[in-house]
Design a protein around this ligand. Sequence first.
Ligand code: HEM
Length: 363
Amino acid sequence: MSAWPEHALAAAGHPDPYPYYRALAREGWRRDEALGLWMAASRRAVAAVLGSSVCRVRPASAPVPAAIAASPLGEVFGRWLRMNDGEAHAGLRAAVAASLAALSLGEATDAARRLARTFLATDAVDGRRLDDLVDFLPVATLAALLGWPEAALADAAEGIARVCRALSADADDAARERGAEACLALTAELTGLPATGWLRRWRAEFAGLDDAVLCANLLGVLFQSRDAGAGLLSAGIAWRCLGEWDHGYPAEWRARLLQDPVLHHTRRFVEEDVVLAGQPLRAGDQVLVLLAAAAHDPAAEACMDFGRGRHGCPGEALALATAHGALDALEACRPDWRALGGGIVFQGPPNVRMRRFGAGESK
Ligand code: HEM
């Protein structure tokens, strides 16, 4: 049996982090001095933080991270729904949620199935090909539905991956530069797309808002779908490697995600002194909200993967519909599931339980 994760930021990549999470959930709250963080782990603590108006998604002193504040990437970041609170958030939330809901889930599943089928037709389905599919598909599906030309989908997915890398905690100047360039290129591409189909609905929902806000939030949605969507698809594939399962049913996904979540934590910044679920917090404190621990709290009644409260995921149904289509296409290829499941490692951003299938394969 493996030792417990070194700390909460390493838990999503651990082979079995759940005994550790359960112990944290029993405590409710814990302070990690080395990380300089409070950890909210019980269902009660997590719900209190996500529901609190003084727990913000960004620190008041830095609405945009200093390292990107003066770049095009910083401008876009500052306009994202996910990175705003208060009135700005409420207006954006209504527009983004309505735009996402305007797409039929069947259309999303069909698009993902078609794109995955084309992607898988060119090569044998080995572990590396699966990793490439997982990296490509969530962003490519949304981009295709927005009207991106088919030939540019791989570039769109790579561009969003660069934005993700530029925003990760360990990014260096070169990564931030590449992220800013990708951001400019993606914005130019988006601006040139014909406003038909789903994109027309976005334009209608954002009618009273600046065009730059619409473009930023379209990129924001592609960004949100990238790592979490890849983690979700990689989980669905890993479960299939263990045996057949009903990947067409959202309830089946949620039951599995309750046991083995994909999105393990998010953060909040405390704006005023407050007591939450019995824990006093001070203005300026940072809280790591352990969604995966709360899912393993005996009091949990549903998966926490898609968050809760004001910032809860508006893309849940769309993400599940996309993964459904991709798994259909993969199933039709009749791959050697047992072989694909043999080399799984966990490797991804600190908050995502990301499976990689080809880490041990030589090219
Ligand atoms: C089509 C794919 C997806 C889209 C378009 C999407 C979109 C979004 C957006 C726009 C937000 C910000 C909401 C706000 O701030 O009000 C969000 C939040 C969130 N999403 Fe998703 N998402 C997708 C996939 C996923 C997946 C697959 C997961 C988990 C496995 C996930 C988990 C979350 C969580 C936990 C939050 C809340 C974060 C927080 O409260 O700090 N999302 N999503």
